[in-house]
Write a protein that binds this ligand. Structure first.
Ligand code: S3P
Length: 174
């Protein structure tokens, strides 16, 4: 990890609602690293919002664009990159993610569900409707956990919610 940390980007992975984008901005400010958000770049590149891509082109098409965007973003040095929650699921993406130091923001499902419900689930096409968000996230996390565990560094927040500044501080310490 230390060898790869020299000037390498930091890549945040984790479930929807774990705060990757906000934490990327806060850590970027502290380290003078440029924050980048793969979902935002996907929306800029396609000219469509994420739910539109899912609805019009399908999830496979979204995942293909996501891989292309990750390949480019992860080739940059000294950036802090917020990935989409499903980015860890493709083996080829790990070839890109490993260009940086991969950090998993591990939050309890109850915290994730509360945040996702507060934002509204319409922007999150992998979830079906507003009910049972916690159960849906539990199922997804069960499928994905083994991949998140491949991160170089895990920062876990087991006891309730933590604000962005606190999470950023823990990431910086780690
Ligand atoms: C997804 C998470 C979203 C976005 C897309 C799919 C997922 O990003 O990439 O809706 O599969 O978990 P966030 O994790 O930023 O919400």
């Amino acid at each position: 990890v230390v060898d790869r940390l020299e000037g390498s980007s930091i890549i945040l992975v984790g479930m929807m609602g774990c705060g990757k984008s906000a934490v990327a901005t806060a850590v970027g400010e502290a380290m003078q690293y440029a924050p980048l958000d793969s979902d935002t770049v996907i929306e800029q590149a396609t000219g469509k919002k994420i739910p539109e891509i899912f609805a019009e082109d399908g999830e496979d098409a979204f995942r293909d664009v996501e891989s292309q965007v990750l390949e480019e973003l992860c080739s940059y040095k000294k950036c802090i990159i917020a990935t989409g929650g499903g980015a860890v699921m493709k083996k080829t993406n790990w070839g890109h993610l490993r260009n940086g130091v991969v950090v998993w923001l591990d939050f309890p499902v109850e915290v994730l569900a509360a945040r996702v419900n507060a934002d509204g689930t319409e922007g999150r096409p992998v979830l079906e409707g507003d009910s049972g968000t916690a159960q849906q996230l539990t199922n997804l996390l069960e499928e994905r956990r083994v991949m998140y565990e491949q991160a170089d560094i895990t920062v876990s927040f087991k006891d309730g919610d933590s604000d962005v500044a606190e999470v950023a501080r823990v990431v910086l310490d780690a």
